[in-house]
Design a protein around this ligand. Structure first.
Ligand code: HEC
Ligand SMILES: [Cu+2]
Length: 327
């Protein structure tokens, strides 16, 4: 293939990619995202058609036969093509956009599950609200039941962040001192990646999240299991818990059922069950966990966790075994 051919192939592949990627507004998995995708396609195709018409008119105006050029250059062409046509098209599009949004509002019927998501530099605090029980604290990975509307109560503890999971819906800012509510629904089980969509300093680009949509029964079982105390059957795991508590991790992190109740960093009660660490930055493996604890700055420069290069390899082994057992 020639260099130009390769370049063209790369462009076509990149253009098609968003449709398959886990984070794409062109791969909708909910009604809200479907409306946005539909509007995008209509705008894209309409704009392409108009662009082609304009190019054709331009070519005719330059190269066309004399009578054609006279028509294109006439006052009538400017009045109809330059004023009436854009006014009508833009008004219709505005009306259609407003109608779609009205549709979105009408589709909102309670009751919904409520999950509070708070933007932090540079991760996501997640609280599942429960009737008559304390909220279940989580971080960075949000499990939801399929087919049920969820109200995300979006807040921020520091600067403005923006919550955006393109396959499920539009983005909404997280503003300090305010609660913005975003209602989303996943129609199919799956993993939908999201991203902070408002520059919030330092490692903003490494502030991603995942929404894991599972069947209702699975979700309920997972939520109910939050209250169960983790087993420390293995001696290594028990030793890991001692290290976790004595090293001072609990000043910033909480693990339900232990003295660790810190609120500065992500809740670690079920960190072993998450797919990623540090806001979808690192795969959740023992090696990555050890590397992140030893020096968080390597994987996530600017992260607000201090380095802990204090553990021997056996100690680190126990510590990662303990964290991995928290599910
Ligand atoms: C001064 C507060 C502080 C201390 C002490 C601290 N951490 Fe952290 N930790 C954080 C913050 C903040 C983050 C979030 C980093 C990010 O993703 O931007 C974090 C993230 C993590 C994560 C990733 C969690 C996730 O869900 O992605 C793990 C695991 C972790 N810390 C383990 C530890 C361990 C083990 C210790 C003790 C050896 C410790 N931390 C001590 C503040 C702290
Ligand atoms: Cu951000």
């Amino acid at each position: 293939m020639t260099a130009t051919g390769r370049r063209l192939a790369a462009i076509f592949i990149l253009a098609a990619l968003p449709g398959w990627a886990p984070q794409s507004a062109l791969a909708p998995a909910g009604a809200e995202a479907e409306r946005i995708a539909l509007l995008s396609w209509i705008l894209f195709m309409g704009a392409t058609a108009i662009l082609l018409i304009v190019i054709a008119a331009l070519a005719l105006a330059i190269r066309g036969a004399e009578p054609v050029r006279r028509v294109i250059g006439s006052e009538g062409a400017i009045r109809w093509g330059g004023i009436v046509f854009p006014s009508v098209v833009l008004t219709l599009l505005l009306g259609y956009g407003l109608w779609l949004m009205r549709e979105a509002i009408a589709a909102q019927t309670p009751p919904a599950l409520r999950i509070a998501v708070t933007g932090e530099q540079w991760w996501w605090r997640v609280d599942y609200q429960r009737d008559g029980a304390a909220p279940v604290r989580e971080a960075n990975e949000i499990r939801i039941p399929v087919g049920r509307a969820i109200d995300f109560a979006l807040r921020s503890n520091d600067v403005i962040h923006s919550f955006w999971v393109p396959s499920l819906g539009g983005k909404l800012d997280m503003i300090p001192g305010r609660t913005n509510t975003l209602r989303l629904k996943a129609e199919r089980p799956g993993i939908y990646r999201g991203q902070c969509a408002e520059y919030c300093g330092g490692p903003h680009a490494l502030m991603a999240l995942e929404i894991v949509a599972v069947p209702e029964a699975e979700f309920q079982a997972w939520l109910a299991a939050a209250d169960a105390r983790n087993e420390l059957a293995e001696p290594k795991v028990a030793a890991g818990e001692k290290l976790f508590l004595s090293a001072g991790c609990g000043a910033c992190h909480a693990v339900r059922g232990t003295q660790a109740a810190g609120m500065v960093g992500p809740d670690l009660s079920r960190v072993g069950g998450r797919r990623f660490l540090a806001a979808a930055t690192l795969r959740n493996t023992a090696e990555n966990l050890a590397g992140f604890i030893t020096d968080p700055q390597v994987a996530k420069p600017g992260a607000l966790m201090p380095p802990f290069a204090i553990f021997t390899s056996e100690e680190m082994d126990a510590l990662t075994a303990y964290l991995g057992s928290l599910r």
